[in-house]
Design a protein around this ligand. Structure first.
Ligand SMILES: Cc1cc2nc3c(=O)[nH]c(=O)nc-3n(C[C@H](O)[C@H](O)[C@H](O)COP(=O)(O)OP(=O)(O)OC[C@H]3O[C@@H](n4cnc5c(N)ncnc54)[C@H](O)[C@@H]3O)c2cc1C
Length: 404
């Protein structure tokens, strides 16, 4: 039965960082909320991200000129982009939309939308870590982006220009400046760009779990189960679960890269594709860096996590079903060992996760068009951790019609 009275009864489908933040914020604002996931909270893409809170990342992935660089990247086994030839026909419509969104006008529009969603993210995460009892997970020591030479930096010039246009400050460093901040960086890197105010979450999975616990402590219900389908019925949304059906006044789809399985049958065809990302988690080695360090030429994030050094990256467009290709993780491990001498023979555990990606890099957050009571919090791509709290606030203020 859907709820009655003033406080709406809301189902949030998907307990990644996005769904968990949506559920927590709705519950804090007085809604009766049920958070549903087939797994325990935080086991999707949100488990293994690099922990970077990066509001300065206002440039979408598809920048002008991308159509010229992609073929070369696909031909290079060591590039950050990988697409198994067998998956190309399935990926083609998404890739075409990706290229279409790389025109200068579309890029500028995406930048404005991303900047809007990112605004205040660092302060919001600092406050959230305190509020849910894990302040030790928040570190604000900036992000250091590294380049081998001026030619490599020039390739990212568009992204840095957009950061500046949106008010984000950064400082360019020479090799001595890099070593002042991070003495462990190997000789490959001679130019640094430092964003001093950016932040890092030191254990992304523990963070989701802490928010989920705080949600439950506020009276929120956490249900473990697969939502097989959802359908509108009598001003409610009926969810089909393995052990029966439940009805809610509102349903929020926050199923990450798997969201299309729920939305396609409703006639909502989002251009959502998984960009599979990998990490290697070293047991120890966290002292190799003291902040988020980005090997920008290789699009690799190096993070001193609570458990040890985490090295994340790679975009592999290969769908939801294929087994992970751990050669991608091995490459990340090699890059890390080449750059930081101190890693020695420390063991490293590989992981793969599904980033939920829109062609223009802009998440879909808000009411589903033409479907009363259905809400979308989908497609956060490379920045779902950064944008999770603001997504929760946006959904809650629109759904409840209140300032959050
Ligand atoms: C290697 C890597 C590094 C990254 N680094 C960063 C970073 O530094 N900073 C940053 O901001 N972002 C980063 N990201 C991106 C970020 O992790 C994602 O954008 C974010 O985790 C997406 O969150 P989500 O909640 O939408 O999806 P998920 O975390 O994938 O959660 C979706 C959940 O929905 C559940 N679900 C789906 N369908 C159903 C169903 N039908 N029934 C029940 N449950 C369902 C799934 O089980 C899953 O738990 C990175 C990602 C990767 C892979």
């Amino acid at each position: 039965m859907a709820g009655s009275g003033a406080s709406p009864n809301v189902a949030v489908i998907g307990a990644g960082i996005v769904g968990t933040c949506v559920a927590y914020t709705l519950a804090r604002c007085g809604a009766q909320v049920t958070l549903i996931d087939r797994d325990e909270p935080g086991q999707g893409a949100s488990f293994g991200n690099s922990g970077a809170i990066s509001p300065g990342s206002v440039a979408p992935l598809a920048m002008p000129g991308v159509v010229k660089t992609v073929p070369g990247m696909l031909a290079d086994a060591e590039s950050p982009l990988f697409l198994p030839p067998g998956y190309l026909p399935r990926a083609l419509p998404w890739l075409m939309a990706f290229v279409a969104s790389s025109s200068p006008e579309r890029v500028a529009q995406s930048g404005v939308k991303l900047a809007d969603l990112h605004r205040g993210a660092i302060a919001a995460h600092e406050a959230m870590t305190r509020e849910v009892g894990v302040p030790e997970l928040f570190m604000r020591r900036g992000h250091l982006h590294l380049y081998p030479d001026a030619a490599a930096l020039a390739k990212d010039a568009g992204g840095w220009r957009m950061r500046r246009e949106h008010g984000y400050e950064f400082t360019e460093l020479d090799r001595a400046g890099i070593l002042d901040l991070e003495p462990g960086v190997g000789p490959r890197y001679t130019i640094g760009v430092y964003m001093a105010d950016h932040a890092t979450i030191l254990h992304p999975f523990r963070y989701v779990q802490a928010i989920a616990r705080a949600f439950a402590a506020q009276g929120g219900e956490v249900v473990r189960g697969e939502v097989r389908a959802l359908a509108p019925q009598d001003n409610c949304w009926r969810l089909q679960l393995a052990d029966g059906e439940r009805s809610f006044d509102h349903a929020v789809v926050a199923g990450g890269a798997w969201s299309r399985a729920l939305l396609d049958p409703l006639g909502i065809h989002l251009k959502l594709e998984t960009q599979r990302g990998y990490h290697v988690q070293f047991s120890g080695g966290g002292q190799a860096v003291s902040r988020t360090v980005v090997l920008a030429d290789r699009k690799v994030f190096v993070t001193p996590m609570e458990e040890g050094l985490r090295v994340g990256g790679t975009v592999e467009i290969a769908g939801l079903k294929r087994a992970p290709d751990m050669r991608r993780a091995a490459l990340l491990e090699r890059f890390a060992r080449e750059t930081f001498a101190g890693l020695g023979h420390l063991p490293a555990r590989p992981w793969m996760g599904h980033r939920p990606c829109m062609p223009d890099s802009v998440p879909v957050v808000g009411p589903a068009p033409g479907m009363r009571g259905l809400w979308l919090a989908v497609g956060h791509g490379h920045l779902g951790l950064t944008d999770s709290i603001n997504t929760g606030a946006r959904i809650a203020s629109q759904l409840l019609g209140a300032a959050v």
